[in-house]
Design a protein around this ligand. Structure first.
Ligand SMILES: Cc1ncc(C[n+]2csc(CCOP(=O)(O)OP(=O)(O)O)c2C)c(N)n1
Ligand SMILES: [Mg+2]
Length: 576
């Protein structure tokens, strides 16, 4: 039979269950866009920038069972999207990237958008495909989809040359999509040894990353069986419910919140699940896990990469944790309730919150006041999206997250500009859930035009812009060594102007007294499908534990000569 390449792309995308694509059409993709326009299953979404489109696709994968999909022009669309593709790659998020390609039936070179896209994308995708014939289109998309999801997930790229899209070509079959089984053989002996090690430990603890986000029930049962405290990474913030009595908070070393730092001080056996012990997760490698460490991950490359594990178990977190729990039950009764630990966690958390609430915010919005009020007004199943900056760590330390996948942020690629597009996409696939973004003013400037996409699609999310006038995560780091803020003080934008331009509602939160009412109003407007930009005059005069912790950890690592040089310069600048 004869089919156009565009028809084949639509067929394959419908088969794998794609509901939305994100991008901006060009001459190399209009034929596919026209096909999707006829589809009853897929809605192509027009964005204002492919970078925003890529963050949207990423956010869909993080908060639904769909794989976020881009449909973009070659070269210019691909380079614009590269920031979001890179974020998905380093954060282990599945994504399907489909671009048009230059003509392969022409003997001419210097074509429009001609470049080696595969070379560009090789370091930030799991695999790239180029369809050479009509026959290859469906299998390439099916395989790309499988690869994106299997093992440690990530983005996969497929190029469809424009001539294949436009003209009919011979295909022998149009097979339905049948997902391949990705069962991983389990190392039962290692799981049994791990159970034994945990059961015999005096003070075991759990450390959970994003890889454990779908194993929350199992993690709760294991923690409760052992009476063990639980800490998470930043990306894994939602992997354990913050309203569980054994939840301590982010991190477990000197840069962790006090409840976590104290609970893990004497930890003699660590069960680490779905974390790579990367730089952010470890606060610049400032943690010191016990030698009895059990490391569970779907990707065996992470074992012993930064910290040695006594037992490594390769596999899906949910499957391994289910088996581990069964093995624990064969060893004996659950450990008695750890009442002392639970009381200490509760009092450490309360003390830390009070320390923040007591901080004088000098007429601006106190971060703890803001998050206490936000938590009070949000449903348990709300989804919080953060960008990258000081605000991210304020969320991590002051905003309890109650549901799995209830918090997402750009973590290891650490790309500013993520949050604004992501809020819209999260709302698109979670229409009945409250969705709020916490965005630094600098990050908002990068992708704020995507609020136009939100208002066009009537996506009621709230964009809390933490307006401190600076690129604070960096200006705070400049403060001690340089005593000056080179290029980190923002040119002040009029946020109301952005709201007017993009058709969003706009509210200002001046101080603590405004908090309750403004949050209420914003959530109620959002519930009427209106995107709302809130200008939050936030107070950043108090540092997070994370920021203080990483500064200390890094400084301690300097040689004496370099310490003297840096401290000397800091003192000199302070005096002058
Ligand atoms: C694309 C990109 N550029 C630069 C950085 C470096 N960077 C990390 S955090 C940060 C400051 C962010 O400022 P803002 O969005 O205002 O958030 P705040 O720290 O003030 O909360 C910068 C510049 C980055 N992570 N990503
Ligand atoms: Mg800022």
């Amino acid at each position: 039979m004869k089919k156009t390449g565009a028809w084949l792309v639509r067929f394959a995308l419908e088969q794998i269950g794609v509901k939305y694509t994100f991008g901006i059409p060009g001459v190399h993709t209009t034929e596919i866009y026209d096909e999707l326009n006829k589809s009853e299953l897929i809605k192509p979404v027009l964005v204002t920038h492919e970078g925003g489109g890529a963050f949207m696709a990423d956010a869909i994968s993080r908060t639904s069972d769909q794989v976020g999909t881009l449909l973009i022009v070659p070269a210019a669309g691909v380079t614009h999207a590269a920031s979001g593709i890179g974020e998905a790659f380093l954060d282990g998020i599945p994504m399907l990237v489909i671009s048009g390609g230059i003509r392969t039936d022409s003997d001419k070179t210097y074509q429009l958008h001609e470049m080696d896209q595969h070379a560009l994308l090789a370091p930030i995708t799991k695999k790239t495909f180029k369809a050479e014939t009509h026959e290859q289109i469906i299998p390439a998309i099916y395989e790309a989809y499988q690869i994106a999801r299997q093992g440690e997930p990530g983005p996969v790229f497929v190029e469809i040359p424009v001539n294949l899209q436009l003209f009919p070509g011979e295909v022998s079959q149009t097979p339905p999509f049948v997902p391949a089984s990705s069962e991983h053989p389990l190392d039962h002996e290692a799981i049994q040894r791990a159970a034994q090690m945990l059961y015999e430990a005096k003070t075991p603890g759990l450390f959970l990353g994003w890889g454990a986000v779908d194993a929350t029930g199992e993690s709760v049962r294991i923690a409760e069986f052992l009476g063990a405290p639980v800490a998470t990474t930043l990306q894994g913030l939602s992997s354990f419910p913050a309203n569980n009595a054994l939840h301590t908070g982010m991190g477990f070393g000197p840069a962790a919140v006090p409840a976590a730092e104290n609970a893990f001080k004497t930890c003699d056996c660590l069960l680490a699940v779905g974390t790579r012990f990367g730089e952010i997760a470890t606060a610049s490698y400032g943690v010191n896990p016990p030698s009895n460490m059990i490391h569970v991950d779907i990707n065996a490359d992470v074992f012993n990469a930064n910290y040695p594990a006594a037992i490594s178990i390769e596999g899906d977190a949910k499957t391994v944790m289910t088996e581990l729990l069964k093995s624990l039950h064969t060893l004996g009764a659950p450990k008695p309730d750890n009442a002392g630990l639970i009381a200490a966690i509760r009092s450490d958390k309360a003390a830390y919150q009070n320390e923040w609430l007591k901080h004088d915010s000098k007429g601006r919005v106190n971060p703890a006041r803001f998050f206490t009020q936000l938590r009070k007004q949000l449903d348990d199943d709300a989804i919080v999206v953060a960008d990258d900056g000081n605000h991210t760590f304020l969320v991590a330390e002051l905003m309890p997250i109650h549901r799995a996948r209830g918090f997402i942020s750009p973590t290891d690629f650490n790309c500013m500009g993520y949050c604004t597009p992501a809020v819209a996409a999260v709302k698109l696939v979670n229409p009945d859930t409250q969705v709020v973004g916490i965005i630094g003013d600098g990050a908002f400037l990068m992708t704020c035009m995507e609020t136009l996409t939100a208002s066009s699609l009537e996506l009621g999310g709230v964009y809390f812009v933490f307006n401190d006038g600076e690129l604070s995560q960096i200006s705070q780091a400049q403060e001690i060594p340089y005593n000056r803020k080179t290029c980190t003080v923002l040119h002040e934008p009029k946020l109301k102007g952005i709201a007017d331009a993009t058709g969003c509602e706009f509210i200002t939160m001046q101080n603590d007294a405004d908090c309750e009412e403004v949050i209420q109003k914003a959530l109620s407007l959002a519930a009427q499908n209106k995107p709302v930009i809130v200008d939050v005059k936030i107070d950043y005069s108090k540092r997070t534990r994370f920021t203080k912790g990483i500064v200390k950890t890094n400084l301690e690592r300097f040689t004496v000569a370099n310490k003297v040089r840096c401290i000397g310069r800091a003192l000199l600048r302070k005096m002058l």
